[in-house]
Design a binder for this molecule. Sequence first.
Ligand code: AMP
Length: 366
Amino acid sequence: MAHAEVIAPGATIGILGGGQLGRMLAQAAARLGYRCHIFAPEADQPAAQVSAAATRAAYADAAALRAFAAAVSVVTYEFENVPVETVRLLDPLVPVRPGARSLEVAQDRLNEKSFANALGIGTAAFVAVDDADGLKAAIARIAPPAILKTRRLGYDGKGQAVIDDARDLDAAWTTIGKAPAILEARVDFEREISVVVARAADGATACYVPVENRHQAGILDMTTAPAPISPALARDAEALAARVAQALDHVGVLCIELFVTKGGALLMNELAPRVHNSGHWTIDACGASQFEQHIRAVCGLPLGGPERHSDAVMKNLIGDDAARWPALLADPGAHVHLYGKAEARPGRKMGHVTWIKPRTGRQGQN
Ligand code: AMP
């Protein structure tokens, strides 16, 4: 089993990506005495606002990446569409955690679902689609209702088309931009849950209790912790997440999104090889947040306690929701987090709010 070199507090952690996940990672890192250096192509990034240093450059800019590697002790990432080549360039120069394998599996829905099935984890039925004829062949195997999803670069419901009728094929193919895709059976689920797990380089894991997620227009709206599921199902979901982390030799936090079917089975929908929106509640309701766990794992420190001291409901502030900040701040029970984004565009995650209340039910794996 690998033992990561310990990167002691005081060192600088490099983060690829500058959004709110990077911001909350940098805040957790700062609490443990680290500095962060953000590498992202965009200007005025939420993560750069709270970090010691930032490089604004493209992920393919080899000279900028080499200078970044020389300035940091370890590199991590806050979104899964970092090009694998970027990680391959950095890796000989500075440790990159999690490694390229987690990215390769998570970046491509076909790889992701095949990987799950190979581990004995169920998914919605799916077929690879490479062109318009392939879509016709696929719909003969997966009857509507079905969902066509691009293999790569889809998130928050983007790159997806619902197919309710086999006559909708051309429109669906055009909607997703005629890119390599998978056709997936639509699952008539009872609820959607997710599990956030941290894994250290020595193989230790720490799992948060499964949570229930509600989406609106394909974007996470609300997370309830814990999910209202049986203790046995919760344990199965936690074991499944730990198995995925182990199989990837993942170092850091990852999140598994699952459907709970009406028959009570678990089907994996997505794998995020990073901290996740459905884990934000852990900042206000757990001993160590998902962000702190990730920093601990990538720096080779012992994992913290994932136990929750409180139950929680987390609501995303999307677009104009963020204008409600005066009322939210006037609510003494609301833990308000704003991401420092200048412009509130529709569908843009501007912040989140967590309400906590005394813990009920089981604690979860510790
Ligand atoms: P995804 O980008 O794959 O996470 O999809 C976004 C959301 O669309 C999910 O959280 C579900 O609410 C819904 N969805 C995606 N795939 C399916 C499916 N196969 N069956 C039913 N709903 C789905």
